[in-house]
Ligand binder design. Structure first.
Ligand code: PMV
Length: 360
């Protein structure tokens, strides 16, 4: 499939002004995306759980303008924010071909996150997916009545051009991104909802508690990080492994084998970090407390029958994944054993969510 289907015919309606508000969640990858080609094409497929609590709410207001360039103001948590603007302008430039109304309006973006500012939680997935949905609502107001499926497919396609992993935030449950022979309707261009009938009940209500180990600025920007995979000595093997892991994860998701899930998910997390430790330049993004937490999880699993496991993003925070039936035990383990390794004792209880919502 190519991008032509996302280029609209002239819009049938005219509209002077309006606003839309969407809330869109973050997601956590089980099989990780690390490495891309231009523009935002992944080097390997990935699969994630959509989260519920960690979300961005974005209000996009628009009014007709006579200028011939992009006009956009960004307000973050109620304050005018100049640092996000260049990223939004780059995004507008990338998607203008698919949303030819972007220079016709003056835009105001008001955005807030449900999770604490500078918590080290990536907000680009929730932020870019929320913005893509707002823009799709504007396109709809201009008279484009897309089917429900196409509306979300195009939103995912646009979100990808803002931030790769954002294209996995448009649907609830499990979402894949990247072409894979066993994944139905999979594409490098947009995220695709994972077939619910292929998922065992245990994985439909999984929890994710995010332990905030290091709330500082990201040490490696996402763009720099992905670029490290160009010319990386282990890159080719890693991309093959990710493809194999997708196939393995598919059968694990179907059978409900939580032990095999633990092995695969933890190995994916450590492989992502191994790629960073073996690139040029090299980075260690884990902190001493990340390792303390991982060791405590392993010890805990040895002592109990727990199915608690961890995954990591490109940072020091630890995502704890566990089945719903174990949530009480895990919560008390966090309180008594893990909380002490978090910055200011902070963590966020989250779980698999249902996807974005149109608020107004
Ligand atoms: O979407 P980006 O460019 O911020 O990359 C995200 C990469 C990881 O979070 C490390 C892995 C993933 O698949 O989400």
């Amino acid at each position: 499939m190519n991008d032509q289907i996302f280029i609209p015919k002239p819009y049938p309606s005219k509209i002077d002004s309006g606003s839309f508000t969407w809330s869109s969640p973050s997601n956590i990858a089980l099989v990780k995306y690390w490495g891309k080609t231009n523009v935002q094409i992944p080097k390997n497929p990935s699969i994630s759980f959509t989260l519920n609590q960690c979300a961005t709410t974005t209000k996009l207001s628009f009014s007709k303008q006579s200028l011939t360039d992009f006009s956009v103001e960004v307000f973050f948590e109620g304050e005018l924010n100049q640092t996000f603007k260049p990223k939004i302008i780059t995004f507008f430039q990338r998607v203008e071909k698919y949303l030819p109304f972007l220079k016709d309006y003056r835009f105001k973006i008001e955005t807030t996150n449900s999770f604490p500012h500078s918590s080290g939680i990536a907000s680009s997935a929730s932020g870019m997916s929320a913005l893509a949905l707002c823009l799709m609502s504007v396109e709809q107001a201009l008279g484009k009545h897309h089917s429900h499926a196409f509306f979300y497919k195009k939103a995912a396609f646009l979100a990808r051009l803002g931030s790769g992993s954002a294209c996995r935030s448009l649907y609830g449950g499990l979402v894949s991104w990247g072409a894979h022979p066993h994944l139905k309707n999979s594409s490098d261009l947009f995220g695709t909802p994972y077939q619910e009938t292929e998922v065992h009940d245990v994985f439909k209500s999984y929890h994710d508690t995010i332990l905030l180990v290091d709330k500082g600025e990201k040490q490696v920007s996402s763009t720099l990080g992905h670029n490290l995979m160009n010319g990386h000595p282990y890159a080719q093997y890693r991309f093959e492994q990710a493809n194999d892991n997708i196939s393995k994860l598919m059968s694990i998701l179907k059978s409900g084998d939580t032990k095999a899930f633990i092995n695969l998910v933890e190995s994916e997390a450590l492989t992502l970090h191994a790629m960073m430790m073996t690139s040029d330049p090299y980075f260690i993004l884990m902190k001493p407390n990340t390792l303390k937490i991982i060791n405590k999880i392993w010890q805990h699993r040895k002592e109990t029958k727990s199915n608690l496991c961890f995954t990591l993003d490109a940072g020091a925070n630890v995502h704890l994944l566990y089945p719903d039936v174990e949530h009480r035990d895990v919560h008390s383990f966090i309180e008594t054993q893990l909380k002490q390794h978090c910055q200011n004792g902070q963590f966020i209880h989250d779980r698999v969510g249902k996807g974005p919502i149109l608020l107004s």
